[in-house]
Design a protein around this ligand. Structure first.
Ligand SMILES: NC(=O)c1ccc[n+]([C@@H]2O[C@H](COP(=O)([O-])OP(=O)(O)OC[C@H]3O[C@@H](n4cnc5c(N)ncnc54)[C@H](O)[C@@H]3O)[C@@H](O)[C@H]2O)c1
Length: 254
């Protein structure tokens, strides 16, 4: 499919995981991809992989975010798609009883303030074009509670979800769609480590997934490509769950 032929897409956190898989999928569908990441090696490698452009950016720094979209526009002539995806889930963000203010604030900055900055600076380009698709990465924990808590992470993703909904409503009549992507757990190095180190803890999560496994990053990327494309032309302000049925489940199959 070449649904994104010649569209210009900016992806944050493109150096790894969901961002990297999406950079590949966007490029396969014909997009010109700007890969932004704080990690220079990973970001540059991703850009090289997909024949795109690397911009070193810390998404918590407003000047970096401004430069990222300006570079996309100057290099390729438009900003059609913004996949605001960079995020962290550090180990010192845990139960509310254990999580200190520094850890709380850092996660809010990287996961939520970054999405505010990216939307703030992508939307003006899209308004001028009268067209654009923004996909902000939230999480299934924005709609469900977990007893294995990462309190600031969860709160940040709830913020991403509410902000995306509001922006989707505000800019709908200007041709700009804004959706919150809510992935379930994805099979990343971090999760694999958890499985290896603490199989019981991993199993405690897996039992809640009706399909019986975690997602592959490419499966999340497929959903992002759909939301970015005109196939999703009537979808905005949505909480787009790609969670293997987790949020719909009461009892799961054996
Ligand atoms: N992996 C999961 O199970 C899962 C589930 C639901 C939601 N998510 C969300 O999906 C997004 C991507 O997750 P992932 O698993 O692919 O993560 P990842 O750690 O594999 O990749 C994240 C990328 O973001 C970059 N990054 C981190 N801080 C940054 C900053 N300040 N500025 C610019 N880049 C920065 C990192 O260098 C890295 O390349 C995150 O928002 C995460 O919260 C992940």
């Amino acid at each position: 499919m070449r649904r994104l032929q010649d569209r210009v897409a900016v992806i944050t956190g493109a150096g790894s995981g969901i961002g990297l898989a999406t950079a590949r999928r966007f490029a396969d569908e014909g997009a010109k991809v700007v890969c932004a990441d704080i990690d220079e090696d990973a970001g540059a490698k991703a850009a090289n992989d997909v024949g795109g452009l690397f911009v070193k950016a810390d998404v918590t720094v407003e000047d970096d975010v401004v430069r990222m979209f300006a570079t996309a526009h100057e290099s390729y002539g438009s900003v059609d798609i913004a996949f605001n995806n960079a995020g962290i889930s550090p180990p010192d963000d845990d139960s509310i009883l254990e999580t200190g203010l520094d850890a709380w604030r850092r996660v809010q900055e990287v996961n939520l303030t970054s999405v505010y900055l990216c939307c703030k600076h992508a939307i003006p380009y899209m308004r001028r074009q009268g067209k654009g698709s923004i996909i902000n990465t939230a999480s299934f924990v924005a709609v469900m509670g977990s007893a294995t808590s990462q309190i600031s992470y969860t709160a940040s993703k709830g913020g991403v979800l509410a902000m995306s909904r509001e922006l989707g409503v505000q800019f709908a009549r200007e041709g700009i769609r804004v959706n919150a992507l809510c992935p379930g757990p994805v099979n990343t190095p971090l999760l694999q480590e958890l499985f290896a180190k603490d199989p019981e803890r991993a199993q405690r999560r897996l039992v809640h997934v009706p399909v019986g496994r975690f997602a592959e990053a490419s499966e999340i990327a497929a959903a992002v490509a759909f939301l970015a494309s005109d196939d999703a032309s009537f979808i905005t302000a949505s909480e787009f769950l790609v969670d293997g049925g987790i949020s719909g489940a009461y009892v799961t199959p054996r």
